[in-house]
Design a protein around this ligand. Structure first.
Ligand SMILES: Cc1cc2nc3c(=O)[nH]c(=O)nc-3n(C[C@H](O)[C@H](O)[C@H](O)COP(=O)(O)OP(=O)(O)OC[C@H]3O[C@@H](n4cnc5c(N)ncnc54)[C@H](O)[C@@H]3O)c2cc1C
Length: 391
């Protein structure tokens, strides 16, 4: 049972969402207002897990999923209103972006009924968190070079190999893993998309400390790790299409809530610039205005992509390229607005301010989910139809 009805009247729905958030972002949740975002993921994690479960109980997870899959079939406008009010209330950052926004739509599109029944409810309740096992030391931009292997042993897959940069693996229950299941295959062929439990002897997670001082990503080693034979999404040896479908969700439509977060960051930056008397600097003022324009372009483009149903195609790269670059530039602008103060740590030896963490973490926005260069290649070759880059 959901706490709040999905009213068709936008003003009513907005008021209902705002009232629910005002009544629930209290106590220890209110202490985490505005926390847990980029570069700040370690903060209050257990409390944010409890918050995720509150959201689940109230029916706020899977808001836009079809009702037949346990979602609420909310319209695009309703999802936008929820995201906007969530950001306005500064509710704590969410903990299962990969489960809710990447894996779930992929399972809805490509999974079996059993897989959907097994995994969607755990995401809806906020109980089962997911991580993404794509990148490896020799397979980042060149993902088809995946060397992690899996073979069937009776009714189980046995997995061996190494993943890297696996965000939130240390706090995830499951990992979706791209692995080579046909040993004689090369490149895009012979890969499968496996769902692998993290809590088992064959999986070792080694955290990597990042420049922000926190650690949101990890190395993950599979050493005879196991998963059930039926936990392969799509056809065995045809996992590339599933993996790419998921990337379409990652690069495009899943980012709407994130963009509403960007809006709050920009508001904070403008307040900071005014308070420091920096808004009258003509060059900084111009950059702030450019950021404002960019934010709105990005939002309209995201809404345009969201209005189209189905798996996003290569055009999702437009969104990824735009928001990754925009957010990285916003991080730089924060430090430029702060001036020399931006260079001083909050506390010694290495506690950084939120603005500094944002600056450092946003360097990665143009890398993860496919680097800017890769997005340009996708756009050039697969959207514009230009000749392929020589390899
Ligand atoms: C914060 C963060 C979180 C991440 N989280 C995850 C995660 O949860 N799961 C996961 O699987 N991965 C994750 N990644 C990994 C990310 O997807 C890869 O870092 C990314 O795909 C780039 O791969 P790479 O690091 O191996 O760099 P490389 O592929 O080695 O690229 C190095 C440089 O060469 C350029 N380059 C490479 N190929 C080409 C080409 N053909 N044309 C032009 N330029 C090229 C790249 O743009 C880049 O500048 C994360 C990364 C970061 C930074």
């Amino acid at each position: 049972m959901a706490d709040v009805e999905l009213s068709d009247d936008p003003a009513q729905f907005r008021a209902d969402v705002a009232a629910w958030l005002a009544a629930h972002v209290v106590g220890e949740y209110a202490e985490l207002k505005g926390r847990g975002g980029p570069g700040d993921e370690d903060i209050g994690f257990d409390v944010r897990v409890a918050w995720e479960q509150e959201l689940g109980k109230a029916g706020w997870i899977g808001l836009g999923w079809p009702e037949e899959f346990g979602g609420r079939g909310a319209s695009l406008d309703q999802q936008i209103i929820f995201a906007e009010e969530y950001a306005r209330a500064q509710a704590p950052a969410r903990v299962n972006h990969m489960g809710e926004n990447l894996l779930a739509p992929t399972l809805i599109e490509y999974g079996t009924a059993e897989q959907q029944e097994r995994f969607l409810p755990g995401i809806l309740r906020g109980d089962e968190r997911w991580c993404q096992g794509y990148s490896e030391p020799n397979a980042g931009s060149d993902l088809a070079n995946v060397a992690t292997r899996a073979h069937l042993d009776g009714d189980e897959w046995v997995i061996n190999g190494q993943k890297v940069w696996t965000s939130l693996a240390h706090v995830s229950h499951w990992c979706f893993v791209v692995a080579r299941t046909d040993p004689d295959s090369a490149r895009h062929k012979g890969l499968s998309f496996l769902l692998v439990p993290m809590d088992q002897p064959g999986v070792e997670v080694r955290p990597i400390v990042q420049i922000t001082g926190g650690g949101e990503f990890n190395e993950v080693f599979f050493d005879d790790a196991r998963t059930a034979a039926d936990l392969v999404v799509g056809e065995v040896n045809s996992g590339w299409a599933v993996a790419m479908g998921l990337l379409g969700f990652e690069r495009g439509v899943s980012t709407l809530a994130q963009q509403v977060g960007f809006e709050r960051e920009l508001e904070h930056l403008i307040e900071l610039a005014k308070a420091r008397g920096r808004a009258s600097d003509p060059v900084l003022r111009q950059r702030l205005v450019d950021a404002y324009i960019g934010l709105h372009l990005m939002k309209w483009n995201a809404m345009r992509s969201m209005a189209a149903s189905g798996v996003p195609g290569p055009e999702a790269s437009i969104s990824k390229l735009f928001w990754g670059t925009w957010h990285r530039d916003l991080g730089e602008l924060f430090i430029d607005v702060l001036g020399p103060e931006g260079l001083i740590a909050e506390e010694l030896p290495y506690e950084l301010t939120l603005e500094q963490k944002l600056f450092l973490f946003t360097r990665s926005d143009t890398i993860y989910g496919g680097s800017n260069e890769i997005q340009r290649n996708v756009l050039g070759e697969r959207v514009l139809g230009l000749p392929k880059e020589p390899s």
